[in-house]
Design a protein around this ligand. Structure first.
Ligand SMILES: [Zn+2]
Length: 161
């Protein structure tokens, strides 16, 4: 996809948040919720190292938006994220009525990197977002930043090897 110039800072922030997760001993995923006017409303990174494997940033942002935004604000918001939503997060995104998603790396790319690294398959099947949430506008991958995300996942799993 072609990233609009104004959107690159949000995607770069996702890479930073993923790196922060890695520094905190967590899987490198990060996401940013941006309002219709371009304002950053909320951001988070993966927190599954706590032991709760549902603590994905996209899930946290969906629940944050349900608590803090009107249905109209949610529909006009965009979620930028380092990796394509998993089925749980895609479902949460659609259930709360959030708008567009822009992801850097696809689930298919992540899956092939993890297979290369010998990481066991996750307990939840990987599906493209549109299989779970067909009404959501989705863009990605973003080739300019994909290599940075791949490198973070390599570092995470190399450290554990
Ligand atoms: Zn998820």
């Amino acid at each position: 996809m072609v990233v609009k110039h104004a959107e690159l800072p949000h995607l770069r922030r996702c890479v930073e948040l993923a790196a922060e997760a890695l520094e905190a001993g967590d899987e490198p995923f990060g996401s940013v919720l941006v309002g219709a006017d371009g304002t950053v409303l909320a951001e988070d990174h993966n927190r599954v190292a706590s032991g709760d494997r549902t603590r994905h940033p996209e899930f946290e942002l969906a629940r944050w938006s349900a608590a803090h935004l009107t249905p109209e604000e949610r529909a006009a918001a965009t979620v930028y994220t380092s990796g394509e939503h998993c089925p749980m997060c895609a479902a949460a995104h659609a259930w709360v009525g959030l708008g567009r998603i822009v992801y850097i790396a696809s689930s298919e790319q992540l899956g092939s990197w993890l297979t290369e690294l010998g990481v066991p398959a996750p307990p939840v099947r990987t599906l493209p977002i549109h299989e779970v949430a067909p009404g959501v506008a989705v863009e990605g991958p973003v080739p300019e930043l994909t290599e940075e995300i791949r490198a973070l996942h390599h570092r995470f799993h190399a450290r554990r090897a």
